[in-house]
Design a protein around this ligand. Structure first.
Ligand SMILES: [Zn+2]
Length: 139
């Protein structure tokens, strides 16, 4: 009898446009965002054109990695197999300190304590490798 395979994490779809964000997360556990060089709008999700002025001059910068939960869901069932051992998990809209919203997972040790308005920050760098996308924790 063979041991059960560990279920694979879903693969993040990497493109030329989002590659710098994914690389910053993988290498440093950092959140990279774009800022328009022409109108200074901060942009998330990664794009090749500024949604405000249509400039193509979008520069990457390191975000603070902090924000507040706007709203969230606690997901108990229907998760991909790779996440089932972590259930229940929190998926939240996070208002980043840079002024843009981001849908992200919040790794909360006490799911029942999660609230709208709660301050969050990126998980510590040594935990980032567990997550394929930028992930937050209560601040
Ligand atoms: Zn712009």
């Amino acid at each position: 009898m063979t041991a059960p395979m560990h279920p694979a994490m879903p693969k993040v779809q990497e493109t030329l446009t989002n590659a710098p964000m994914l690389a910053a997360w993988r290498a440093e556990g950092a959140l990279a965002l774009q800022r328009c060089a022409d109108c200074a709008t901060v942009v998330f999700f990664p794009r090749s054109v500024c949604p405000h002025c249509w400039s193509t001059r979008l520069d990457w910068f390191r975000a603070t990695g902090t924000g507040r939960i706007v709203s969230f869901s606690v997901i108990h069932r229907g998760l991909p197999e790779a996440f089932q051992a972590d259930a229940p998990i929190v998926l939240a809209e996070v208002a980043l300190a840079e002024g843009v919203p981001m849908i992200a997972r919040v790794a909360a040790p006490d799911v029942g304590a999660v609230r709208s308005g709660m301050a969050v920050r990126l998980v510590p760098r040594d935990e980032a490798a567990r997550y394929p996308l930028p992930t937050f924790a209560p601040a």
